[in-house]
Write a protein that binds this ligand. Structure first.
Ligand SMILES: Cc1ncc(COP(=O)(O)O)c(C=O)c1O
Length: 404
């Protein structure tokens, strides 16, 4: 069981008012708020520990290096990767996918195939389209049904001997759907394809074990899991990273350089050119430790209870339609109110101190599927309470009455 009040006290931002009301923050899918231990870890680093990593022989630099590499070990444990060589620090999920598209992409041949799904975030669509246009690969799309569930039976028909990669979202940011990723991995591997899982939304809400999932790549963003912005992780199996060429060149990713040739550094440094986001990695590791201390099962259970409560209450509002009714969902609830534009709804709700997002959620094909320009999205964090949901409901009702 989670002591929700003790948790809330660790988030300074939740103590403030917005438009004269205590803030109800329901936009954690966009970015989660930060507990004080994460804020302190970053501040402490800059106040007491700041030095560049890896090359310094003085104490301060050695300690900064220990902190940075310690952060890598924490993230390894957090997702149960086999080795720290499989943990590449990047700017976020977007950069992680771009890294794979650039690097693995160089190994692909025209006519090779990549499968994505209809519910991807733009960051798991556009890099592959760019690769398609550059290299002549074939991009296929696994469809979803009207509940917002992937039509897994269609995957068999899409997989061929030319399929090199299946790249799908673990949990949808627009619909909340938790996809059957282990099954997708099994099917893809049986066809000889690799699998990338976009875990930007899954990691904040549930335990993730990359070895149990069996995926080849897993990407996450620090800021969505209570850590800082500008830092994330690309997990990739070591053997794959060994085969893949570096994507950015510069300091740290080399072993030796002459004008004739460069010898690349060992993993994971081959993929980390330039001075890394040291404070970000330290803050991210603190967020991972914090989540592990709270307990990821407990986080999932707490948010599932809230999600069920919110779904039940929202369903009682006439004219409100929930978009995304998959049987397995995480703490995201998208909806529309017939006749009211989502942006107007969210603007009015802000006046009540209720922060929700109204947008296409960087998943325009999802909106196209449902023939909508946008939805209102309330997304949960571990700090949300039943009272927050009650405020959400009251605010939706008020906004609806004003608009209709
Ligand atoms: C499912 C999903 N994938 C990828 C991303 C991109 O994450 P970032 O902007 O942190 O790189 C997001 C962000 O909303 C997301 O929800």
């Amino acid at each position: 069981m989670i002591d929700i009040q003790a948790i809330r006290q660790q988030f300074p931002i939740l103590q403030q008012n917005e438009n004269g009301h205590p803030l109800v923050y329901l936009d954690s899918a966009a970015t989660a708020q930060k507990p004080v231990c994460v804020i302190d870890a970053i501040t402490r680093y800059y106040r007491e520990q700041n030095a560049n990593v890896h090359r310094g022989v003085y104490g301060l630099s050695e300690r900064a290096t220990e902190l940075y590499e310690g952060a890598r070990e924490t993230l390894r444990a957090f997702i149960n990767a086999a080795s720290t060589r499989e943990i590449v620090f990047v700017r976020g999920a977007t950069e992680a996918i771009n890294l794979v598209a650039h690097s693995l992409g160089r190994l692909l041949q025209p006519g090779d195939e990549i499968i994505i799904s209809e519910m991807e975030h733009h960051s798991n669509i556009v890099p592959w389209q760019m690769l398609r246009d550059e290299k002549g690969i074939v991009l296929k799309v696994l469809p979803m049904n009207d509940q917002g569930e992937l039509m897994l039976e269609a995957l068999d028909g899409l997989l061929t001997e030319r399929t090199r990669l299946v790249s799908v979202v673990h949990m949808s940011n627009a619909l909340g759907t938790i996809n059957p990723v282990a099954e997708i991995v099994t099917k893809a591997h049986a066809a000889g394809a690799k699998v990338l899982l976009d875990g930007a939304q899954a990691v904040p809400h549930m335990p993730v074990d990359v070895q149990a999932l069996g995926c080849d790549f897993y990407v996450l963003s620090g800021h969505k899991m209570y850590g800082p912005t500008g830092i994330g992780v690309l997990y990739a199996k070591e053997a794959l990273l060994e085969q893949m060429p570096p994507w950015q060149g510069g300091g740290d990713m080399i072993y030796s350089v002459t004008f004739e040739q460069t010898e690349y550094n060992v993993l994971p440094y081959k993929f980390e050119a330039g001075t890394p986001h040291i404070a970000g990695a330290i803050g991210l590791a603190e967020a991972a430790r914090w989540m592990m201390a709270v307990g990821r099962e407990a986080i999932f259970d707490h948010e599932s209870t809230l999600l069920a409560y919110a779904t039940e209450r929202l369903r009682t509002i006439e004219g409100l339609r929930i978009i995304g009714t998959a049987s397995k969902k995480g703490g995201v609830i998208s909806f529309i109110v017939e006749g009211a534009h989502p942006h107007d709804m969210a603007t009015l709700m802000d006046q009540d101190g209720v922060a929700v997002r109204a947008s296409h959620h960087c998943a325009m094909p999802v909106m196209q599927h449902f023939n909508l320009p946008a939805t209102v999205r309330a997304s949960l964090g571990v700090y949300n309470t039943q009272r927050d949901i009650d405020r959400l409901i009251a605010s939706v009702q008020e906004a609806k009455e004003m608009l209709l």
